[in-house]
Design a protein around this ligand. Structure first.
Ligand code: ATP
Ligand code: MG
Length: 1023
């Protein structure tokens, strides 16, 4: 079998098609024939029936000629579908051609009836394109094959709207057929059943475009990018041809990759060098029409125009042919006959069709090899995959006769084409054209869309979706323009509406759907299953998912060979991936929701079964399959699992996943489990709020909802958490008194619950309030309680608020020691906290601890090492996306830099720290004053002491107002230093107050530094 596409030829035998219903992009055609009923009255019903039957067969023939399917007879007409059961990429064009043919043929028969019987008949036709569900309708799914959907209704309305003798079509069809057909815009019509007015077109005839490339030319070609190597190969082939070594080159690539464009650009160059180029192309709907491309080629060769009178045509043919070879005189009748201009004076002898074809082939080969031919020529024949058999044979002979001529035959075709020729072509080379690289894609996109900064994110998206297929790139840009995402004009667009979900343009969809439908049924089903399973899927998963849908090696091989899938990985397991994201979307979209849901469920089960050790990692994926399968409860459970797994290492993912759990849980009828999910998912979102930021209203809403559910179901654990999160968490503009009250309340509720896990978690999280209030005694006491309650394993309380409460407790104790000036012991405990945090996978506590260690190094006089550690810490945390920890780590960098005297760098660091926090959070926080103190120090250090005074004063006010006694001495010290630099006014007072607070709270390291400053001030004043 030389062409897999032969299945096209029997589209009408619906029994070949699996009966499963599918979603399909099609064009629906309605045609009816109306006769004058009054005349009918006097007629014999049998005669009437005969007439109507003849009309029906005229309509049906036109449908068949263009490979449509007659869906049903409607009494006075037919409904036909183009693009189902087997998708055609040019379904709209085919439907229009069929409509034109119907109009012609009906008019002809109607004229006959008018003359013979005095009857008057006419037809009306309506067309619409869009998605339908096509399949067998009836009991058990084995009834009639039919199409259902809005498109069907709208096509029928178009028919009703059409005037007698006319075909009307909607904008959707017009969009696809534009250029290939001549259309007249009739304006907008209100159509029953359509929510918006529908733009209607009248079909006026055949258009000028013959290929998609013609259409792009008409729209204005995009700048030709890349293809240097391919061009060089073609140039070399041309050189050989010019040297009399006739040669053939085949360009093969998937649709839209740029075969035609490459051939066109090359032809232009060849013509530029004075070489004549003749072109022909096979047409998707033309396989039933023998020799179409050959005819086209000969007409081009003889320079025949559409409106040349027959005599002129004959003269042109004879003139050129005889010039090449006087012996052509014998063959002229064949050429005349073939080109549709038989010479009345020299009729062709009676020959069989076979003999005529043979004669024709001989003529064409002689033309190529004509002795007097001096000029080199290039012949371009496009889209061999659509060629009829006669032309194919002729092409083979033509290529075989190239040797020794000055001809370059350039052909192109898609990968599914299997050539029957080649063995006897002396010099044949093939160019496998690949997609554009990302640089070329970018350049193409720049040419189409422009360089406005708003388009910055577009290139990545476009490249990812189109995988470098220029046709897809062009269509996606057009689609974005039409959907109102891009505004402006070609080459100068701006993004005005964010692109959340980019669909598949209808033009691209039809191309891909047609390719998919050409697969063997088993391969197609496998592809559909794979499209549900994911853009990449492990072989074992796929085997389980598609167990009853024809997973076998042969199908996999066909999918790989046809370029749908590729082997992403081979070891330890073969992983198959979609070569093209859009193919996956189309394959996905062709399935009914029910079918998809079942496959999603099967995929989830397969993932669970096959990956017992990787369930945390895969939980989010499993959950999303379960959700798509409609299993909300299971989906909620797995999403929760995924959220825990993401945890504090990926806080943003975790927060998003908890929001998903909330949404899923809210959609399920409440029981104990779903209520628990509904509460905990809200609390955990709130827990991420202080790390990542959240709108105030959102916080209030989640708090209220969680409180309501927890109270209703008497859930103490959640109420304790809620208490802590409501007024006992960082990031609130409140005084430490209130904060501590909230924390102690939460501890009490947790104690009441008797749940040690919860007690540890709440205690550890709340302890931070004591630190901020510089209540080091209670801070240490709580840390000790945590260590005691948690026991040996260090896992107790883990993951609720703080990743590793025990690690944090050791860090807390280290901080207390450091504040007390016991630096060596402090370092030991901090190292221990750090180790535990790292062991328990708690990057947050690890980063807080490292930051503290960095400052400890500074206090020990190792300023450089302190900066290095603080920087490293920031690099480690930067990836997390946790605003709180990132801002804190940067603050630590700034503080360490101040100690090292690197003031300019410190200023950058602290400003960035403040910005990061400010951008994400609406409220101030417990670290605001501390950041202010560093900011002021950095300003003073860079000679901007006046500004420093303002910043420090504000920090002092904040620290005082919120009773942030841990920060207050530092803020006062910074104020004192700034004042000291600007003349000393009020510096001493600031230092005095700072020293008093530091002494009262036991912040001995700070006290030492403050006293040194005060001494320096005294010494300065004395000196
Ligand atoms: N190298 C290129 N630079 C810029 N645009 C290109 C390039 N190659 C192709 N295009 C554009 O992409 C679109 C599709 O190209 P083309 O029609 O040549 O594809 P094709 O491979 O012939 O597809 P088909 O198999 O459907 O005929 C055209 O509009 C063309 O102008
Ligand atoms: Mg092409």
């Amino acid at each position: 079998m030389w062409r897999r596409g032969v299945r096209f030829e029997c589209v009408d035998s619906a029994q070949r098609i699996e009966t499963d219903a599918e979603r399909k992009q099609v064009t629906v055609l309605f045609a009816d024939v109306k006769g004058s009923m009054d005349l009918a009255e006097g007629r014999d019903p049998e005669q009437w029936r005969r007439i109507m039957q003849r009309f029906f067969s005229i309509l049906a023939e036109a449908v068949h000629r263009f490979e449509g399917t007659v869906d049903k007879f409607t009494g006075d007409g037919i409904m036909a579908v183009f693009g189902a059961p087997i998708a055609h990429e040019d379904h709209a064009r085919r439907a229009c051609y069929a409509a034109l043919q119907m109009l012609d043929d009906v008019a002809e028969y109607a004229a006959e009836l008018r003359r013979g019987e005095g009857l008057s008949f006419s037809t009306r036709i309506g067309l619409d394109s869009g998605e339908v569900v096509a399949g067998a309708i009836g009991e058990g799914g084995d009834g009639e094959y039919t199409a259902i959907g809005h498109t069907v209704g709208l096509a029928q309305r178009m028919e009703a709207l059409a005037e007698p003798g006319k075909a009307y079509l909607t904008e959707a069809t017009a969009e696809l057929a534009h250029g290939f057909l001549q259309l007249e815009d009739l304006g907008e019509f209100e159509i029953k059943g359509a929510s918006r007015p529908v733009r209607v077109f009248e079909l006026a005839g055949v258009g000028a475009a013959r290929s998609r490339l013609d259409l792009s030319r008409e729209r204005g070609f995009s700048r030709f990018v890349g293809r240097d190597d391919e061009m060089a190969t073609l140039e070399a082939a041309l050189e050989r041809a010019l040297a009399g070594e006739g040669t053939a080159v085949g360009v093969v690539a998937e649709p839209g990759v740029g075969k035609s464009r490459l051939c066109y650009e090359f032809s232009e160059r060849a013509q530029g060098r004075g070489v004549e180029v003749f072109e022909a192309q096979a047409q998707a709907h033309g396989r039933e029409i023998p020799f179409m491309p050959v005819l086209q080629m000969l007409r081009a060769y003889f320079g025949i125009a559409d409106d040349d009178p027959e005599r002129i045509v004959r003269e042109k043919i004879a003139g050129r042919a005889l010039l090449l070879d006087p012996e052509f005189a014998e063959e002229l009748p064949f050429l005349f006959d073939f080109l549709g201009v038989p010479d009345p004076d020299r009729p062709l002898p009676q020959l069989s069709a076979e003999a005529r074809h043979r004669a024709l082939r001989a003529v064409v080969c002689r033309l190529i090899r004509a002795p007097n031919r001096r000029e080199p020529i290039v012949t371009v024949i496009e889209d061999l995959h659509w060629m009829d058999e006669g032309s194919e044979t002729l092409l083979g002979e033509l290529l075989a006769s190239l040797e020794g001529t000055q001809t370059l035959a350039l052909v192109n075709f898609r990968p599914e084409y299997e050539r029957s020729w080649g063995a006897d072509v002396a010099d044949y080379r093939e160019i496998e054209l690949g997609p554009l690289g990302s640089g070329d894609t970018r350049e193409l996109l720049r040419d189409l869309a422009g360089e406005d900064p708003s388009l910055d994110g577009l290139a990545g998206l476009v490249h990812e979706r189109t995988a470098g297929n220029p046709f897809f790139v062009e269509e996606i840009v057009r689609d974005l323009v039409e959907a109102g995402h891009l505004e402006g004009e070609r080459g100068a667009y701006r993004l005005v509406r964010p692109i959340e979900e980019a669909g598949v343009p209808a033009s691209v969809q039809t191309v891909l759907a047609a390719r998919i439908d050409r697969l063997e049924p088993a391969s197609k089903r496998l592809l559909q299953a794979a499209s549900v399973a994911g853009k990449e899927v492990g072989e074992r998963t796929l085997a389980l998912v598609a167990a009853d849908q024809g997973h076998d090696e042969e199908a996999v091989r066909e999918l790989i060979a046809a370029g749908f899938l590729f082997e992403l990985e081979l070891y330890p397991e073969r992983v198959l991936a979609f070569r093209h994201p859009l193919t996956r979307e189309v394959a996905y979209g062709t399935q009914l929701a029910e079918q998809r849901a079942a496959t999603h469920a099967a995929t989830a089960r397969a993932l669970i079964e096959l990956n017992p050790d990787r369930q945390g990692e895969l939980a989010a994926l499993i959950a999303s399959h379960l959700e798509s399968a409609g299993e909300e409860l299971e989906a909620a459970r797995w999403t929760a699992r995924a959220a825990y797994w993401a945890g504090h290492s990926r806080p943003r993912d975790a927060m998003r996943l908890w929001a998903t759990v909330t949404r899923l849980a809210d959609g399920i009828e409440e029981d104990e489990e779903t209520a628990a999910l509904a509460v905990s998912s809200r609390l955990l979102q709130l827990d991420y709020a202080w790390r990542l930021g959240m709108k105030r209203e959102e916080v209030a809403r989640l708090e209220a909802e969680a409180g309501e559910i927890a109270t209703r179901i008497g859930d103490l654990r959640s109420l304790a958490m809620l208490r802590l999160l409501r007024s006992g968490r960082p990031g609130l503009e409140q005084s430490t008194d209130e904060w501590i009250a909230g924390v102690e309340d939460a501890n009490r509720i947790a104690d009441e619950s008797g749940d040690d896990y919860l007690r540890v978690a709440i205690r550890a999280a709340g302890s931070y309030a004591y630190l901020c209030a510089a209540d080091f005694v209670d801070f240490e006491r709580t840390a000790d309680e945590v260590i005691e309650l948690a026991g040996e394993d260090g896992e107790t309380g883990a993951g609720i608020v703080i990743g590793s409460p025990v690690a944090w407790a050791f860090t807390a104790k280290g901080i207390v020691l450091r504040e007390g000036g016991r630096l060596e012991e402090a370092a030991e405990l901090l190292e221990r906290g750090l180790r535990m945090a790292e062991e328990h996978g708690d990057p947050e506590t690890a980063s807080w601890t490292r930051g503290t260690l960095a400052l400890l190094l500074g206090a020990r006089g190792e300023a450089e090492a302190g900066v290095a550690l603080a920087r490293r810490n920031y690099e480690l945390i930067e990836r997390l996306g946790d605003v709180f920890s990132r801002s804190l780590a940067l603050g630590n960098v700034g503080a360490a830099q101040v100690v090292a005297g690197e003031y300019a760098e410190a200023l950058d660091s602290i400003e960035a720290s403040e910005r990061i926090y400010g951008e994400a959070m609406e409220t101030g926080d417990e670290l605001e004053a501390w950041r202010g103190s560093i900011h002021a120090e950095a300003l003073t250090g860079t000679g901007r002491a006046e500004e420093a005074i303002a910043v420090a004063s504000r920090a002092v006010a904040v620290a005082r107002g919120r009773k942030l006694l841990w920060s207050l001495p530092l803020c006062l010290q910074a104020l004192g230093r700034a004042r000291a630099v600007t003349g000393g006014d009020g510096a001493r007072e600031a230092f005095d107050e700072a020293a008093t607070i530091a002494a009262d709270t036991g912040a001995l390291v700070a006290l030492g530094a403050i006293e040194a400053d005060r001494d320096a001030l005294t010494a300065g004043a004395a000196g």
